[in-house]
Design a protein around this ligand. Structure first.
Ligand code: BTN
Length: 259
């Protein structure tokens, strides 16, 4: 059950409204369940989520004042709107830019992670409902979480870190959100202006997988080999030990010999 909703404007940082729930199951799910209540650009923020999820329905925890769990609502302008292709990747780059503003070096890991010191600090979950033409981009950031907060073995936040673990100090959640909204507005506008190809170029600047041996797991099995970048559609390319190239739309990627 969702708690009372507070609606504010975004103080000029972003073109939509800022909707806050004290407690909600999942901000992504709320948008998907209530498409008619959402306008383009709305940001739905939960102080606490009780059933937050990541890719493959994995559990995603959120804690008041310790994490950011929010979703951005986008109404794609057409079926060719590059946001449909680049939602997760552009948002990961926006999160990276926000961490950089706080002097936290981070990299992006295909398809939807932001890693600081090689450990997951944020995850993105983009979901599209074609019947209502609504795209929801969920963002989870570990801000003030402690190692203990992140130690639950059932979490998708294993091997995770937080902004405060990385810097040994705490952060003001509202300030981090403001930075994130501003950076998201910039990357999404750029994506729409310059297209997906330019986003791929930007991605290569911060690509955590570059030059690594990786293991990709999908529901059909595993494949290991050398990461060979992303193709023009954003699919992951991997060269196996026989020199054969394989591409993936989806999957979990781990680093061989390190993870
Ligand atoms: C992942 O790493 O698999 C993605 C995690 C995405 C979590 C965010 S938190 C806000 C939004 N609501 C959800 O239930 N999930 C996303």
């Amino acid at each position: 059950m969702a708690s009372k909703l507070k609606v504010q404007n975004n103080k000029g940082l972003w073109h939509g409204r800022f909707l806050t729930f004290e407690t909600i199951e999942s901000t992504n799910q709320w948008v998907l369940d209530n498409p008619k209540q959402c306008f383009d650009g709305d940001v739905v923020y939960a102080i606490e989520q009780t059933a937050g999820h990541g890719r493959f329905q994995r559990k995603w925890i959120s804690q008041p004042e310790r994490s950011i769990t929010m979703s951005m609502v986008i109404w794609p302008q057409s079926m060719h709107d590059p946001i449909l292709q680049g939602a997760s990747m552009s948002t990961a780059l926006a999160v990276r830019a926000t961490l950089q503003e706080y002097n936290i070096e981070s990299m992006v890991k295909w398809p939807n992670d932001v890693l600081a010191d090689g450990r997951k600090t944020a995850g993105i979950l983009a979901e599209y409902d074609s019947s209502h033409n609504i795209l929801v981009i969920g963002i989870g950031i570990n801000v003030n979480m402690t190692a203990n907060d992140l130690s639950d073995p059932c979490l998708n936040q294993q091997h995770a870190t937080s902004m405060s673990i990385q810097t040994a100090h705490g952060f003001n959640i509202a300030e981090v959100i403001a930075s994130l909204i501003k950076n998201a507005e910039t990357v999404i506008n750029n994506l729409r202006k310059t297209g997906f190809e330019q986003l791929l170029t930007e991605w290569t600047r911060y690509d955590y997988l570059a030059g690594r041996k990786i293991l990709v797991s999908t529901k059909d099995g595993f494949l290991s080999g050398s990461y060979s970048g992303l193709n023009e559609n954003g699919k992951l390319r991997i060269i196996d030990e026989n020199g054969q190239e394989h591409t993936f739309w989806t999957g979990d990627v781990s680093i061989k010999n390190i993870d």
